[in-house]
Ligand binder design. Structure first.
Ligand SMILES: *[C@@H]1O[C@H](CO)[C@@H](O)[C@H](O)[C@H]1NC(C)=O
Ligand SMILES: *[C@@H]1O[C@H](CO)[C@@H](O)[C@H](O)[C@H]1NC(C)=O
Ligand SMILES: *[C@@H]1O[C@H](CO)[C@@H](O)[C@H](O)[C@H]1NC(C)=O
Ligand SMILES: *[C@@H]1O[C@H](CO)[C@@H](O)[C@H](O)[C@H]1NC(C)=O
Ligand SMILES: *[C@@H]1O[C@H](CO)[C@@H](O)[C@H](O)[C@H]1NC(C)=O
Ligand SMILES: *[C@@H]1O[C@H](CO)[C@@H](O)[C@H](O)[C@H]1NC(C)=O
Ligand SMILES: *[C@@H]1O[C@H](CO)[C@@H](O)[C@H](O)[C@H]1NC(C)=O
Ligand SMILES: *[C@@H]1O[C@H](CO)[C@@H](O)[C@H](O)[C@H]1NC(C)=O
Ligand SMILES: *[C@@H]1O[C@H](CO)[C@@H](O)[C@H](O)[C@H]1NC(C)=O
Ligand SMILES: *[C@@H]1O[C@H](CO)[C@@H](O)[C@H](O)[C@H]1NC(C)=O
Ligand SMILES: *[C@@H]1O[C@H](CO)[C@@H](O)[C@H](O)[C@H]1NC(C)=O
Length: 707
């Protein structure tokens, strides 16, 4: 067993000096986002990973109802009243033949449409509110504002928005608290004192759509929900919002001006805050599930200080890569832009106490639920970029929380151990009904990947070993039992039925997908090593299955999607969606079972034949990592700047037809691949940037090596 010696590698290339705080600030601020109009698809955000506020050109939600979303704001529609489907317990799913026996899967049951749909759509994540400029009842549109400018300073988390209305300037600053569901807003304008503008707060009701991009919820369904206003003091008020069984509270505190708050306006849940004594007002708006607000920070200044400190710390303490000295190759600057924007946006949207949804806190994809297989992308970059505090926000507690429901899922299906669900939420632990949802398996070994990454940062640490032990044990118990001993070939098979990473095969014939086989072997190997590190013996079956899994399927000297796939590489039906076979070398650490020549052939074949024009998400990052390990840095850079791998002016990854915009797995994937370029991996530490970039002074420091 190779010693895991290196914890954090510091690579200073051009000179043996670190990248100074001043230089980091210059790089970050050179990518400040500037807009002069609202985007139709993405806001500019301030936030903290568990809470985010999406703003239009006014720094608020005046003209575009971008969302305020967080970790705990969820809602259920009322349960269907269909006879025989009166409770969650009545849902049966569907039975499918699985190695000669019927296994019940959490799939939509055509005889139970109402309950199946309800389970998929509930609970869903809420847009908590909208806050915007109020023009005294005049019908004002964005084009009525002149001289609009906006700047997001990622070094301090400050959004400054300025415009002119009816001849007078309006300047808004927007900040989020670093550790509570709180936004701080300062509005400066002579129009305030004249009573020409104020602020509104409005509250939406959710809808049943799977994707709510770009906007979440309806502001015209007032009769379906309730709000009540309670003035707490001359400078504070609370609004209670009740939607069916969900209730939460909005606390509004103001300083700098006297103001009245009134509402709701007829037929709406819109409230108006009208300042009257000053041309400046500072607001602190907090959200809480109970009427007692825990945050001690009540003043605008306290929030702005917290934001400045948190962001400076974030940019200063983590890993950093500086490509700005490279002048000969414009790709370096574009890559740097994507990196800085992705670092900001993943801290705002993905550094959550629970896995984020693919669209983060911007809008809803899949009803606001998260996908456990995507969690690897979302969370790993925090470890690679040396932000272990953010990595540990959700790990390992997420798996402890989901363990009881996952043990029960496996037991009902007749397996040992814990079978992790797929599309879920923090409240129920249920896996939403779906054929793909129930048959996808590549989320199963993720705890091993996370645990091993954690261990790499804390070698020989008993606390680390103990906190993952029960999770790894139950995960390995399931994985060993799920693999099926084929008495004719004398190997352990995976599937059928199953869906591989690429979700585009017939599950009833999908057998031994390449990536899943390699990942199963890796996972069982980590579980076995884990027990040895604890001086415990592991169940014999883990080693037996690990050592006797079916061989990786090879077709014409390349890795196939799965064993026996018809027309691999020939028919267009086999060369689209996620090219997961690139992950056995790109994502997983090298293994003796993986043949480098075959990996190399496969990489070439993917480049030649895969329909990358239809790829989305992290495919390009995966291919880039594979290229890096193969020693082809140039190809890795090309993949990370592929024309289909798009990031908008503010760095939001463009989703495309199949997934909503933004699509944060792209941002996370980019950071994973860049982390490997900057820090290398256990077997081959160090920087892997184009040589010319290094000669011109590109440098990186503080990265944690990949497995
Ligand atoms: C707004 O920004 C765009 C893109 O940066 C620029 O082309 C345009 O000139 C700007 N318009 C004004 C009025 O500043
Ligand atoms: C929605 O209903 C489920 C039970 O089916 C419950 O566990 C969950 O807490 C509810 N969520 C909300 C936000 O009410
Ligand atoms: C797979 O097999 C199950 C029965 O086990 C069947 O209900 C289902 O329709 C089949 N699906 C496909 C895509 O063939
Ligand atoms: C614009 O300002 C004038 C006074 O300067 C005022 O009478 C008018 O109501 C204002 N218009 C709006 C839309 O606020
Ligand atoms: C918060 O308020 C709720 C409802 O009034 C109460 O039950 C709960 O004990 C309070 N919690 C704290 C921490 O004060
Ligand atoms: C083990 O790791 C934890 C963090 O998970 C750390 O707090 C603790 O100090 C470490 N213990 C040792 C002995 O290094
Ligand atoms: C055993 O493996 C062979 C070759 O992979 C496969 O064709 C066959 O379907 C497997 N047997 C069963 C019963 O699944
Ligand atoms: C395992 O045993 C070795 C050798 O006796 C000892 O040094 C180590 O501390 C033990 N580790 C644990 C986690 O008990
Ligand atoms: C293997 O390659 C040969 C020659 O290019 C081709 O004719 C054959 O169809 C390929 N087989 C498969 C299974 O792709
Ligand atoms: C992608 O390219 C393939 C072949 O080059 C083409 O058949 C397909 O229509 C393209 N897809 C899209 C969405 O443009
Ligand atoms: C991969 O194949 C190419 C030829 O296509 C070769 O130049 C390169 O050295 C190979 N890389 C590895 C790691 O085998």
């Amino acid at each position: 067993m190779r010693a895991l010696h290196l914890i954090v590698a510091f690579f200073c290339l051009a000179e043996a000096k670190g990248i100074s705080v001043e230089q980091r600030r210059k790089v970050v601020q050179s990518f400040s986002v500037r807009r002069n109009a609202s985007s139709d698809t993405t806001p500019l955000q301030v936030g903290n990973g568990n809470f985010a506020f999406g703003a239009d050109i006014t720094g608020l939600q005046t003209f575009k109802p971008f969302a305020i979303m967080n970790t705990w704001g969820w809602h259920n529609f009322s349960f269907p009243t269909t006879p025989g489907q009166t409770s969650v317990e009545d849902y049966t799913g569907l039975e499918w033949w699985t190695h000669g026996r019927l296994v019940r899967y959490e799939q939509p049951n055509p005889a139970q449409n109402d309950i199946s749909n309800w389970l998929r759509e509930n609970p869903h994540r809420l847009n908590l509110a909208n806050v915007g400029l109020h023009f005294g009842g005049h019908d004002v549109v964005e084009s009525d504002l002149e001289e609009k400018t906006q700047e997001l300073d990622m070094w301090s988390g400050r959004l400054t928005s300025s415009s002119r209305f009816n001849g007078s300037k309006i300047v808004v600053q927007t900040w989020a608290d670093s550790d509570s569901d709180t936004v701080a807003v300062q509005v400066q304008s002579p129009l305030l004192k004249r009573g020409d503008i104020g602020l509104f707060l409005d509250f939406p009701y959710p809808d049943k759509e799977k994707f709510n991009a770009p906007f979440v919820g309806h502001f015209n369904l007032a009769s379906k929900h309730k709000t009540t206003l309670k003035q707490l003091s001359p400078q504070s008020a609370q609004i209670k919002h009740t939607l069916d069984d969900t209730t939460y509270y909005t606390l509004i505190q103001w300083e700098g001006s006297e103001a009245t708050i009134t509402g709701p306006l007829d037929g709406t849940h819109r409230y108006v805050l009208a300042p009257k004594s000053s041309s400046k007002i500072q607001l602190v708006i907090s959200f809480s599930p109970t009427p007692n607000f825990s945050s001690k920070k009540a003043s605008y200044r306290q929030i702005t200080t917290a934001s400045r400190n948190w962001w400076k710390n974030y940019w200063t303490k983590g890993a950093f890569i500086d490509l700005t000295p490279v002048h000969s190759d414009p790709r370096a600057l574009e890559l740097q832009r994507r990196i800085i924007h992705s670092q900001y946006l993943t801290a705002v949207n993905s550094a959550s106490d629970f896995p984020p949804q693919e669209s983060g806190l911007v809008n809803n994809g899949w009803h606001g639920k998260f996908h456990l297989e995507m969690n690897l992308w979302h969370t790993l970059p925090f470890a690679r970029w040396n932000h272990l505090d953010l990595f540990h926000r959700s790990l390992p507690h997420l798996y402890n929380q989901l363990l009881p429901s996952s043990l029960s899922r496996a037991e009902k299906q007749g397996y040992n151990g814990a079978r992790w669900g797929k599309m879920t939420d923090p409240l129920t632990g249920r896996s939403s009904p779906g054929e793909i949802n129930s048959l996808l398996i590549w989320q199963q070994p993720h705890p091993m990947f996370f645990a091993e990454t954690d261990y790499l940062s804390h070698p020989n640490n008993l606390t680390t070993l103990q906190k993952w032990d029960a999770i790894l044990t139950e995960t390995a118990n399931f994985m060993a039992d799920f693999a099926w001993f084929n008495s004719s070939t004398k190997v352990y098979d995976l599937g059928p039925p199953l869906y591989p990473v690429s979700e585009n095969t017939n599950p009833n014939i999908t057998l031994n997908p390449t990536f899943e086989l390699a990942y199963w072997r890796f996972g069982l190997d980590v579980a076995t090593k884990w027990k040895a590190r604890l001086n415990q013996t592991s169940p014999e079956i883990w080693g037996i299955v690990r050592d006797n899994l079916a061989p990786l399927p090879v077709v014409n000297n390349t890795y196939a999607t799965y064993e026996g796939i018809p027309n691999m590489w020939i028919a267009a039906e086999t060369t689209f969606d996620h090219p997961a076979q690139a992950g056995i070398f790109g994502l997983l650490p090298p293994s003796p079972q993986v043949d480098l020549t075959v990996v190399n052939n496969t990489a070439r074949k993917i480049k030649e034949t895969w329909r990358l024009n239809e790829s989305y998400g992290w495919d390009f990052a995966l291919l880039a990592m594979n290229s890096l390990r193969l020693g082809d840095v140039e190809q890795a850079v090309e993949y990370l700047l592929h024309p289909i791998f798009k990031f908008d002016d503010a760095g939001y990854a463009v989703g495309g037809e199949r997934v909503p915009t933004p699509y944060f797995p792209n941002s996370a994937g980019l950071l994973m691949a860049v982390g490997m370029m900057a820090g290398g991996w256990v077997d081959d530490e160090g920087v892997k940037l184009p040589e010319q970039w290094v000669r011109e002074g590109a440098r990186a420091e503080g990265f944690v090596v990949a497995l």
